[in-house]
Write a protein that binds this ligand. Structure first.
Ligand SMILES: [Ca+2]
Length: 163
């Protein structure tokens, strides 16, 4: 009984002295955890292609969105930072109007297109959260220079956990 009590007290103490539990679970500095993934909201602006390369350099990819909960999380963060737009991983390069996640080539199933979006046809093949739509989805010309969100699933990967 005392052993269990001691263990409980010890565990509680550990929680109290580790204020940044998110980092303890494996997101690098500057990355934010949601469920089993880590997300990086860029400070700089890039074209979609450049943003995609930067995310790969950071051992991730532009953010995919697989659920309403994940989408709400991303929109909430965007609403705090309030940049004009944030590139996501989606594109319709191959077949106009057929949107896929670049990193998996899977067709996009969950979506949060703003009313009337996508609306720019062949002139806009890249997916973004847009401030003017309260960060609902919009198709945008890939050459625009916007902020971007990288994502990685590598929580628990020691290499990923280091700065
Ligand atoms: Ca298009």
């Amino acid at each position: 009984m005392m052993k269990i009590l001691f263990r409980t007290v010890f565990l509680c103490f550990c929680v109290i002295i580790e204020p940044n539990a998110v980092q303890a679970l494996g997101c690098r500095n500057g990355w934010i955890q949601f469920e089993s993934s880590c997300y990086f909201f860029s400070n700089d602006v890039e074209t979609w292609a450049e943003a995609s390369i930067i995310c790969a350099d950071l051992k991730g990819h532009l953010a995919t969105v697989n659920s309403a909960a994940e989408n709400s999380f991303l929109k909430a963060q965007a609403n705090v930072l309030k940049q004009t737009g944030y590139w996501l991983d989606g594109n319709d390069f191959e077949v106009e109007g057929s949107w896929r996640w670049t990193t998996s080539d899977d067709l996009i199933t969950f979506n949060d297109w703003h009313s009337g979006e996508p609306n720019q046809g062949a002139s806009a093949d890249c997916l973004a959260l847009w401030r003017d739509h309260a960060y609902q989805w919009a198709d945008e010309p890939c050459r625009h220079v916007w902020n971007f969100i990288c994502k990685t699933n590598s929580i628990g990967d020691g290499e990923q956990a280091i700065g």
